[in-house]
Write a protein that binds this ligand. Structure first.
Ligand code: KQY
Length: 359
């Protein structure tokens, strides 16, 4: 079968117009504390905020259908679907368009960010079916990829450039024998891209192993927003400097050098004893311990039609982060939402959303 690229498909940038946004309702009590009730309130706030700007579809289990329907505004479409957790960015389709506007999508194989050795849960079979089900619902052409990649492990500029980290794309617990050259080929073939920019590690303590969507993103072609740390004692200091050095040495698919914008790393945050005690302990589930550092980042935001939906945490860095976003996206309304409950589950607003481009 020919590749998406051979068939003229490519992944548009997140800032291109959307037909809508997909999310998944949080439920599993071994990831979301207190039976996922605080997380459900946070997800509901995110869905409600995005629904002001574009249609939102919430995928929800049969058991939680009534609860989700009751908590979400009528404008949000609630659809029953089985999943293992709630990460639409990673388990959902990465949508593509061709030149005629036809919709397609990449169905990346998924192994819970590390499979049986390092994965965060088992089984993950229902998550691995989500992309196919989404594409079937949209009657979109499905392209099953040959290698494990999560949607949060890639960013595109819509002009041929893909931004990734070595930490995820070359992780042996995703793709044991994959070379850099082969992963570049898979990215280019499936995203319709022509150039890959490689960063090294992701944000420290990121339980995905270091997704790009927690470290850096394109703000527009040629401009990368990087989560930045000025404290040499913090492990993110070296990571952010290494990322900057690599970006400064890189060019994009159009041959432009990249402009780097900094957004401050959030004030360090840690899971409290009370929060950790609220998470169910089960075999093969998440293992969260009081005092562990949370992998917080303001880069983990969603670009909606006319808006930026970004996390805030009630810490001093929230205000400067908002200022950076307002400066970078003057045509969009910046909406910051309390996101600690999402962060406690291991990700943030970008990780729980998936845009569908307008055909
Ligand atoms: O960062 C993401 N894209 C997902 C985070 C998953 C964490 C699972 N507990």
């Amino acid at each position: 079968m020919s590749t998406p690229r051979e068939q003229g498909f490519a992944m548009p940038a997140e800032w291109a117009p959307h037909a809508g946004c997909w999310m998944i309702w949080p439920e599993r009590a071994d990831n979301w504390r207190l039976g996922a009730k605080p997380a459900q309130a946070a997800f509901s706030a995110v869905a409600t905020a995005i629904a002001r700007f574009e249609p939102v579809t919430m995928l929800v289990s049969a058991a939680q259908y009534a609860q989700a329907r009751a908590m979400l505004p009528g404008a949000v479409r609630v659809v029953e679907m089985s999943t293992n957790d709630a990460w639409a960015r990673d388990v959902g389709a990465s949508f593509l368009l061709d030149a005629s506007g036809a919709l397609g999508g990449v169905d990346w194989p998924f192994n819970a960010w590390g499979g049986l050795s390092n994965g965060l849960y088992f089984p993950w079979d229902k998550d691995d079916q989500v992309a196919a089900k989404m594409l079937e619902m949209e009657r979109a052409r499905r392209f099953r990829a040959p290698r494990i990649i999560e949607g949060g492990a890639i960013h595109v500029d819509g002009e041929g450039t893909v931004l990734v980290t070595e930490a995820c794309l070359l992780a042996p617990d995703r793709n044991m024998d994959a070379t850099r050259q082969e992963m570049e080929r898979v990215l280019k073939d499936h995203l319709g891209a022509s150039h890959v920019v490689w960063l090294g590690s992701g944000v420290p303590f990121d339980e995905t192993g270091g997704h790009i969507d927690n470290l850096a993103c394109f703000a527009r072609p040629g401009v990368v927003l990087l989560s930045w740390c000025d404290d040499p004692a913090d492990p993110h200091y070296a990571v952010s400097r290494d990322a900057q050095a690599r970006l400064l040495g890189a060019m994009d698919a159009r041959g432009r050098s990249l402009t780097i914008e900094h957004i401050p790393m959030p004030t360090p945050m840690f899971i409290t004893a009370e929060e950790a005690a609220g998470i169910d302990q089960v075999e093969n589930g998440m293992n969260r311990v009081a005092g562990e550092r949370l992998a917080a980042s303001y880069v983990n935001f969603y670009i909606a039609n006319g808006a930026i939906i970004a996390p805030c945490f009630g810490v001093p860095t929230d205000a400067p982060a908002r200022a950076v976003l307002e400066k970078l996206f003057p045509q969009r309304e910046v909406v910051m939402l309390p996101a600690r409950e999402i962060l406690l589950g291991g990700g943030n607003i970008h990780c729980i959303t998936q845009q569908q481009p307008k055909a």
